[in-house]
Design a protein around this ligand. Structure first.
Ligand SMILES: NC(=O)c1ccc[n+]([C@@H]2O[C@H](COP(=O)([O-])OP(=O)(O)OC[C@H]3O[C@@H](n4cnc5c(N)ncnc54)[C@H](OP(=O)(O)O)[C@@H]3O)[C@@H](O)[C@H]2O)c1
Length: 240
């Protein structure tokens, strides 16, 4: 873990971004840090997180660990407060998928998706909410189009993402009186290592990260609740 010492000034805004070692999470960290937001970036890959910290030494600290470990999630929130003194944005982005028919999907694969994709988001929200109430902060849950429509071989992944939609909707109601915003982003295919065979026309992670930034910088009197985004599919690739 690295720490930013801020002897003479307090940060303007501080964020927790999970799944920050690569793909969409990494681009969210880069976009936030470029805008002057202080970020605690977490994932398991220490080296990749270190590279990100070296890119933004004044704005990014790292706290590696397995997000399926409940203690780690609590420590993440504690560390944000210890390092930055406040928490404004929680971006629940860590995720993985095992695609297989239900009869072939293993119990461990199911549990891993529920733990990383859904339970970790619940715990991050649970521990962050007292701090977000103080800053009138914002939770952004990275779901998926798979959280809006299920498909064959996607039972576990879709269930975890549908669950995240329900978590978001309930949180929206619970946090409304406290002026804490909740947004849910449902991207289609993104060009990251998440897919073993990403399409050439899939969304760019940096463009999706830009959308997350737009969501958190929307006017104070506006909540961007649920956003579904898909790539523009070239005509030759469209299903007839
Ligand atoms: N790519 C797509 O087509 C697509 C489409 C819709 C939605 N999404 C969603 O977007 C989010 C980001 O996906 P991505 O495409 O950026 O995937 P990615 O490139 O595979 O990155 C996934 C991130 O999650 C982290 N992670 C996975 N398991 C973890 C664990 N047990 N503990 C801590 N961190 C863990 C990984 O870090 P470490 O491996 O270093 O731990 C990595 O930083 C996910 O929630 C995914 O479901 C993706």
């Amino acid at each position: 873990m690295t720490t930013i010492l801020m002897a003479n000034h307090s940060p303007i805004k501080a964020a927790l971004v999970t799944g920050a070692s690569k793909g969409l999470g990494k681009e969210i960290v880069r976009r936030f840090a470029s805008a002057g937001i202080y970020v605690l970036a977490t994932a398991r890959s220490v080296e990749k997180l270190n590279e990100l910290q070296e890119e933004f030494p004044d704005h990014v600290i790292t706290f590696p660990g397995d997000i399926s470990d409940s203690n780690h999630v609590k420590n993440l929130v504690d560390q944000v407060i210890h390092s930055f003194g406040r928490l404004d944005f929680v971006i629940n982005n860590a995720g993985l998928a095992h695609f297989a028919p239900v009869e072939d999907l293993t119990e461990n694969q199911w549990d891993e998706m529920m733990s990383v994709n859904l339970k970790a988001a619940f715990l991050a929200c649970k521990y962050a909410i007292p701090h977000l109430k103080k800053t009138q902060g914002h939770i952004v849950n990275i779901s998926s189009v798979a959280g809006t429509e299920a498909f064959a071989r996607g039972a576990g992944y879709c269930a975890s993402k549908f669950g995240m939609m329900a978590l978001s909707d309930a949180l929206t109601q619970e946090l409304k009186p406290h002026y804490v915003k909740v947004s849910t982003l449902c991207p289609g295919s993104i060009q990251t290592e998440f897919s073993s065979n990403p399409k050439s026309y899939s969304l760019h992670a940096s463009d999706v990260a830009e959308s997350v930034y737009q969501i958190i910088t929307a006017p104070a009197n506006m909540i961007i609740g649920r956003v579904i985004m898909r790539p523009v599919v070239p005509v030759d690739f469209q299903k007839k």
